[in-house]
Design a protein around this ligand. Structure first.
Ligand code: AHG
Ligand code: MN
Ligand code: MN
Length: 352
């Protein structure tokens, strides 16, 4: 019989076999995340039917209104990972501080960072949402995980991925050696390999940003957008605009079809909106492994040394040449913004 069926478990195990020194801990951690993805997908699908729909009436650490599904996703990921002995620390977009792992279980070698539900403002209108995760190795010597284990640069990531709850549910992940995509077959409850070795295709098709904010944008970002539209500069066809407002959905489309997503810093918000640790680093690692690139407008996002758990970063991500072009426009036109932003980028003091 030709054509093999590759479940996510088989795929993760096959990758692990190539590293004889691997203990299987990371394999199991990824598998637990896949299970969390299935559970969240299940609940997301029922969101329109059950009273899970709607705002829960509380706000997260950014002062944003939380939806019930955010909290459900948050607690599922925590509960599936707090007792496995694989983690020494967890951090979620929905919690101000590190998530405490019961002492007995919190001696693992890895750190898990996550955005439990990305695009939560889209739940009520039946638009794709997602989950983002990033995994670091513990770097401090003590038994417990500390802020230093969490505040690592993206260069140290050992794995990152996301689940997208769209017309189908997918899990996409990388351990630094290619990007693989799996589609959930709901009839059997398994993720099956559907997108092997994902590479961002050329030529790019789409640009994705919230152009409603153009008034606040720096001049360089405006000029860059005109360039993408083929209005400024010569030599390329205009790109199509697509913006869902769930970064995971915008990123996923551009990963498979080619393009660039950006959420720049602007005059009111020099650091933009996207969280460096729970969102930007993971997607930057995936983009880099698919032949793409992610920048904060100054340089590689993976080189930014985090100094605060909920730090934000401007983000330009996707096709490498398009992201480099954004950097060029910013370098040329936005010196004032660069001067305001760069000290923050280079700050290394850990603020607990
Ligand atoms: P989250 O739902 O986790 O808070 O993230 C929402 C983010 C991102 O997914 C999306 O691209 C962006 O916010 C949309 O923001 P705007 O409405 O400001 O464009
Ligand atoms: Mn998000
Ligand atoms: Mn979120």
């Amino acid at each position: 019989m030709s054509g093999k069926i590759v479940t996510i478990e088989r795929h993760i195990l096959d990758k692990q076999r190539k590293f004889p020194q691997a203990t299987g801990e990371l394999t199991s951690l990824l598998y637990d995340l896949a299970l969390a993805g299935k559970m969240i997908a299940n609940e997301t699908r029922r969101a329109g039917l059950t009273n899970i729909l709607g705002k829960a009436g509380t706000t997260n650490v950014y002062g944003e209104q939380q939806q019930k599904l955010d909290m459900y996703a948050d607690s599922i990921i925590f509960k599936l990972n707090d007792h496995t002995n694989r983690l020494c620390a967890m951090a979620s977009e929905e919690h101000e501080d590190l998530l405490e792992i019961p002492a007995h279980y919190g001696k693992g070698n890895y750190v898990l960072l996550f955005d439990p539900l990305d695009g939560s403002s889209n739940i009520d209108v039946n638009v794709s949402v997602g989950t983002i995760f990033a995994i670091h190795r513990k770097i401090t010597k003590g038994e417990k995980g500390t802020m230093s284990d969490v505040l690592q640069s993206g260069r140290n990531l050992v794995a990152a991925g996301y689940m997208i709850y769209g017309s189908s549910t997918m899990m996409v992940y990388t351990t630094g050696n290619g990007v693989s995509g799996f589609t959930l077959d709901p009839s059997i409850g398994e993720f099956l390999l559907s997108h092997d070795d994902i590479r961002i295709p050329e030529p790019p098709k789409f640009y994705s940003c919230n152009q409603g904010y153009e008034k606040q944008w720096t001049y360089g970002v405006r000029r860059y957008t005109k360039w993408l539209q083929g209005i400024d500069g010569e030599g390329h066809e205009p790109l199509s605009a697509r913006y869902i407002g769930s970064m995971i959905a915008d990123f996923h489309r551009n990963l498979l079809e080619g393009g660039v997503y950006y959420y720049p810093g602007d005059v009111n918000k020099p650091f933009g909106k996207i969280r460096l640790l729970m969102e930007a680093q993971a997607l930057a690692f995936i983009a880099a492994n698919a032949g793409g690139y992610a920048s904060d407008g100054v340089g590689d996002i993976l080189d930014v040394q985090p100094h605060r758990l909920h730090q934000r970063a401007p983000l330009f991500i996707g096709n490498k040449a398009l992201v480099r072009q954004a950097e060029a426009f910013i370098r040329q036109h936005d010196q004032a913004w660069i001067e305001q932003y760069t000290p923050y980028r280079e700050q290394t003091v850990i603020e607990a």
